[in-house]
Ligand binder design. Structure first.
Ligand code: ADP
Ligand code: MG
Length: 150
């Protein structure tokens, strides 16, 4: 599975990358975004959401696990599972409102819900590279687009 590595040198560069990857997304897609605090996950989502037609400010979800932004074409979901210990003890329906047909979902700290998110289309891993530089790794998900086992 091909992995793409990009480096950005400011937040605008990361937003632009978000917009570029948004262009390849379809209804129902899920994008998983890993990386330390401040590595630019929300900034990337902001750029992607704008490109998908979101006009409201895209901010980090802090009271709910996520935000949903309606556009004329699709609902853009933005989740941050940082404070979620793992879905075992949570209601599995917690994620349902944010995923599925009619939605494109971006999920920060996805490892808290690994099993629920197996079918993701794209995995992004972000890291600090000193100052405003960020390394951004883009990878597909092996389970997407592969023929089912016979
Ligand atoms: P996360 O969601 O990973 O915690 P945020 O996107 O909320 O990160 O915050 C990233 C912070 O780093 C913002 O204050 C942003 O302005 C700053 N920043 C500096 N350089 C970059 C860059 N190249 N890409 C993204 N954010 C950057
Ligand atoms: Mg964030």
């Amino acid at each position: 599975m091909a992995v793409h590595v990009v480096e950005t040198s400011d937040p605008v560069g990361t937003e632009t990358l978000g917009a570029e990857l948004a262009a390849g997304l379809r209804d129902g897609d899920v994008v998983l975004i890993r990386g330390e605090l401040g590595s630019g996950k929300t900034t990337l989502v902001r750029g992607a959401a704008r490109a998908l037609g979101v006009t409201d400010p895209v901010t980090s979800p802090s009271f709910a696990i996520g935000h949903r932004y309606r556009t004329p074409h699709v609902t853009v979901s933005h989740l941050d599972l940082y404070r979620l210990a793992g879905l075992e003890r949570e209601d599995p329906a917690l994620l349902a409102d944010y995923l599925g047909p009619g939605r494109i979902a971006f999920i920060e700290w996805p490892s808290r819900a690994d099993r629920e998110l197996e079918g993701a289309r794209l995995r992004v891993t972000m890291s600090h590279r000193g100052g405003d530089r960020r390394r951004i790794e883009l990878g597909g998900c092996p389970e997407v687009g592969e023929a089912p086992p016979r």
